[in-house]
Design a binder for this molecule. Sequence first.
Ligand SMILES: Cc1cc2nc3c(=O)[nH]c(=O)nc-3n(C[C@H](O)[C@H](O)[C@H](O)COP(=O)(O)OP(=O)(O)OC[C@H]3O[C@@H](n4cnc5c(N)ncnc54)[C@H](O)[C@@H]3O)c2cc1C
Length: 377
Amino acid sequence: MAADPLPPDSLPDVVAVATAHAERVDTDGVFPSEAVAALRDSGLMGLVLPREVGGMGKGPIEFTEVVCALAAACGSTAMIYLMHVAAAVTAASAPPPGLPDLMSDMATGKSLGTLAFSEKGSRSHFWAPVSKAVAAGDDVTVTAAKSWVTSAGHADVYVVSSGSTSGEAGAVDMFAVPAGTPGLEISGTFTGLGLRGNASTPMSVDIRLPASYRIGAEASGFGTMMQVVLPWFNLGNASVSTGLAAGATTAAIEHVRSARLQHLGESLADLPTIRAQIARMGIAVATQKAYLAHTAQSVSSPDESTLHHVLGVKASANDAALTITDSAMRVCGGAAFSKHLPIERAFRDARAGSVMAPTADALYDFYGRAVTGLPLF
Ligand SMILES: Cc1cc2nc3c(=O)[nH]c(=O)nc-3n(C[C@H](O)[C@H](O)[C@H](O)COP(=O)(O)OP(=O)(O)OC[C@H]3O[C@@H](n4cnc5c(N)ncnc54)[C@H](O)[C@@H]3O)c2cc1C
């Protein structure tokens, strides 16, 4: 049997839809419904889910390639896709018995998923929810104030973290919560500097649901966060940063080649300082892509260095994207500043990566702990 193409051949069509709507999504701050519909139809929602549930059975390498390509077209679409995949792999690690169709629905695009982890009380420390879950017979009640939920109001299923019903200090539970569950409400608005189509609003959670919607055993959530969510989310988030940086670099190269200084008979690319900036940007993108590919390979075949790469790749890509998109603004001058180019959108979108948890600064601390033999927590 011939191997499936890598990346999947449905990707260019989705990228074309995302590109066509990216500027309006950003300007109007609206959810990228067209691109998400294209994703639902493309098979890509199940990219890394097993074939038995209708997925494509691909791995971390293909995932990073898809997210990079989406991010170069539309940062909001890429982040929405990343949060879906992060929710899907989390649910797939221990599918909740009470939702037998969940994995096939997430794989085939019927259900868009997202993570509702961050809380008002513990801020970016998503691994330490201050929310409560309490057992009530065969049900569980969950009360939480979630501070940011990408795709809020658009997702079909929310992977919600909370303190565990076990009552054990620091223990975490996770639940798959279908949209429409009474007590799961949007509790604010999202008006961001970047990723303006993300619908990353706060949500209040005051729900009762069957205990069989729990992902994994009672108190297993922290382990799932570290073993499943961390590698996939960090790879995907680093891919968003790298894709945004790559898109800005491509746009900057096109601009400096075509923008003319008529009185000199030259283009911007004839200026040595511009060429040097472009060179640094191109080299930095290539460096990040290589680190991303290396980390994706390491997550596919883990060894003792995998955790270091998982911690490092997001921080490195987040910070590189800040520098690269800043350079793109500079070399393209007023054309970038005045929105004639898609570069200022990438510049703004790229600001999200380093503040998304685990934040880049937290990751530098974790990386330092890991390489010096200290416990992460
Ligand atoms: C566009 C966008 C979409 C998002 N989508 C989701 C989502 O779908 N689901 C979800 O659960 N969350 C989501 N988040 C939330 C995100 O993951 C973070 O929780 C949030 O950005 C943290 O913001 P804060 O102001 O609460 O950070 P704070 O925790 O207040 O951090 C402020 C500063 O302190 C630093 N800091 C904090 N702890 C440490 C540490 N241990 N070491 C070093 N420095 C530290 C941070 O790096 C940061 O510079 C989203 C955020 C954004 C921006």
